[in-house]
Design a protein around this ligand. Structure first.
Ligand code: PLP
Length: 454
């Protein structure tokens, strides 16, 4: 580390002695001291004591504008009163009945009302479980084995999804993933219907899965019209089209990206907002596909039932939080507020970059913003990226040290960015948050520039 780099580091260390102590303890028992790869932060992460609305406070008493947003689960912000009330009331009634309960029925009804593709719903405990089940159902339904995925698209951490997201774009497996599993996946670039047609042509593909607002939470947009192409190509080939709306569901619009774009997939995977900030996920879609989980329906159709269990599926606390959240989402204003805030934030941050003649680019759609640190200093505009004209390899070219220093500088200036770097915005973000974030970005750039870290 250079002596200039240590100035930023010293400021961080001075502010966060309690986090430092916790991190030291954490490293004795948690690999890398963390519970999720994206929470890694050098020299150590901040530890949060409490949160409210758009803000959170660390164990050393510092306040942050929060853009981790519960990894995108908190469209309504932290501790929304309606969600807190619903969960508290449910807590007193019981956390797990090991039985069916009314809230799970209401929860599923809301999903069916809001999400165009949802005729049936099966709850899971996470988005990873939802995409895992989606692949199983698609394979059982079609009797085929191959899966088409798009380079740079994230669908959770199970074996079929654990490569081609931030590395291994050649489709080779990451450590611990069986080569045989990776061989069942065809990775193609998003936005290219000819590549999809070629991947489907052998007739052995069960499903195509996509993040419908672009790979990795919209970090890699694709050209408009591609979802319609996909719908057409998969329908013609009898392939199950899966929209992974774990992040975009109930965020882009109350009915997710599919309602916004007017394109209906066969299956939709959901998590995050669907469970109102508690653990939970769901798979929704066509009855014939979901009814493979129904023994009686399988008897009628002569299919073998697809097994699926899960101790915490439709957990009453998650159901309570989900129902309370979706009631608010259904009204529409929460999505609009978060989208509007993100648009204003993107333009505020872009103005900072222009003033500083920086080659970085701030871009995004709906309620997301991305800061591309543009290591090759390419002449790129936000519009070009958003239109899908920029290759995923370029946008995934993230220099970890620079991003780590940016995140550190923003923390020192009172803003917690998500690891992209960037973040999801929420309906709880205010004009004051916006002003603070833009000012923090300006100061952080100056700090990084002065210390020779850009
Ligand atoms: N799919 C997408 C698009 C996601 O963004 C995520 C999580 O960020 C997942 C799947 C995995 O969800 P979970 O973290 O709940 O397993």
């Amino acid at each position: 580390m250079t002596s200039t780099a240590t100035k930023l580091l010293d400021r961080f260390l001075d502010r966060t002695p309690t986090s430092a102590r916790l991190a030291q303890r954490a490293r004795q028992c948690l690999p890398a001291g963390i519970a999720h790869d994206s929470r890694f932060q050098g020299p150590y992460p901040i530890y949060i004591e409490h949160a409210a609305g758009s803000r959170k406070w660390d164990v050393d008493g510092h306040e942050y504008v929060d853009y981790s947003g519960g990894h995108g689960a908190l469209l309504l912000g932290h501790n929304h009163p309606a969600v807190v009330r619903a969960v508290s009331e449910q807590l007193a009634r019981g956390t797990h009945f090991g039985s069916c309960h009314e809230l799970e029925v209401r929860w599923a009804e809301q999903i069916v009302e809001l999400v165009p593709s949802a005729h049936r719903v099966r709850f899971t405990s996470s988005g990873t479980e939802a995409t895992l089940l989606a692949l199983r159902l698609a394979r059982a339904f079609t009797g085929r084995s191959k899966i088409v995925r798009f380079a740079g698209h994230f669908h959770g951490w199970h074996d079929h999804m654990a490569f081609g997201v931030t590395s291994h774009f050649d489709g080779t497996p990451t450590p611990g993933v069986l080569p045989g599993v990776a061989e069942e996946v065809r990775l193609v670039p998003a936005g290219d219907p000819a590549a999809v047609a070629e991947a489907l042509s052998p007739g052995d593909v069960a499903a195509v899965i996509i993040e419908p607002t672009g790979g990795s939470w919209g970090q890699i947009p694709f050209r408009s019209g591609f979802l319609a192409d996909l719908r057409e190509l998969t329908a013609a080939a009898g392939v199950v089209l899966i929209f992974d709306e774990v992040i975009s569901g109930f965020r882009c619009s109350p009915g997710g990206a599919q309602a916004h774009y007017g394109i209906t997939p066969d299956l939709t995977t959901l998590a995050k907002i669907v469970a109102g900030g508690l653990p939970g996920g769901a798979i929704a879609g066509r009855s014939e596909i979901l009814d493979q989980l129904d023994a009686a329906a399988c008897q009628r159709t002569g299919r073998e039932k697809v097994p699926h269990q899960g101790t915490f599926n439709a957990n009453p606390l998650s159901a309570a939080a989900g129902v309370a959240t979706l009631e608010i989402v259904a009204a529409g204003h929460a999505c609009r507020q978060a989208n509007d805030y993100a648009a204003r934030l993107r333009s505020g941050l872009s103005e900072v970059l222009q003033r500083n003649r920086s080659s970085w680019v701030v871009y995004g759609t709906f309620s997301g913003f991305h800061i591309f640190t543009n290591p090759q200093r390419l002449p790129l505009a936000a519009e070009a990226i958003e239109s899908g004209a920029v290759d995923y390899r370029t946008l995934k070219d993230v220099r970890r040290e620079l991003v780590g220093n940016l995140k550190l500088a923003m923390l020192v200036h009172g803003v917690d960015l998500f690891s992209w770097p960037g973040g999801p915005t929420s309906a709880a973000h205010t004009d004051d948050d916006l002003a603070r974030t833009v000012a923090a970005f300006e100061s952080s750039l100056a700090c990084l520039g002065e210390q020779g870290l850009l």
